[in-house]
Design a protein around this ligand. Sequence first.
Ligand code: ATP
Length: 236
Amino acid sequence: MLKVENIDVYYGKVQALYDVCFEVGENEIVSIIGSNGAGKSTLMKTIMGVNKPAKGTIEFNGEQIGSVKTNLIVGKRLVYIPEGREVFPKMSVKDNLVMGAYSRKYSSAEMNRKLEEMFEIYPRLKERQSQLAGSMSGGEQQMLAIARGLMSEPKMVMYDEPSLGLSPLIVDEMFETIVKVKQTMKIPVVIVEQNAFMAMSISDRTYILENGHMKGSGASKELMDSPEIKKAYLGG
Ligand code: ATP
């Protein structure tokens, strides 16, 4: 579905990514872990066309997108959910979701089917669909912002730090919904996380990015058993 090959990315003269390769297949969850400043967000933003690679190629769904503008990449139904996403606080939960489908011009039957799909993944949003979005808890608002992004029926979704700022209980729920997104929508999911344990626990494969270099990748289960990975990323 996505193939990033040998990309270099610079901010001015400063190089942020070095010869990075990264691949996502159909219907898999892939995580990217690495410490602060490793280049995780840079990689996401480059895939979304915000940064242009100085070298290398990016292919999504059979098309080269390395020099395509962000709005056109979004039009190819690649959805990126950045950190710190926000809802429209003065609108109801349901209207927030409807806004997310704006670009798709659904019939009312399609809209209802899509809403039901979101309510299946996020049952709490169903209970609260008439409530003003701004009156929900922070964690619920984050779930709503994500669900709104999913209303456009993406072909693939990439989450940037979905657990950031959430209490431990809500973190568990957030990761459960990520697995449900893959199962219900049958699309591949990428998660970029500093919470390496959670990310590796729910993903099929993991990539390790450090100082702009891909340091390794493999089946998440196997990596979690490696003493080196345990020591460096999973708190021993
Ligand atoms: P974090 O989890 O802290 O966001 P990250 O792994 O996502 O870290 P990036 O934000 O991709 O890391 O940053 C990678 C490197 O690129 C860092 O050294 C950062 O300072 C630099 N960088 C990021 N954005 C810019 C920018 N707009 N201009 C200049 N340098 C930048």
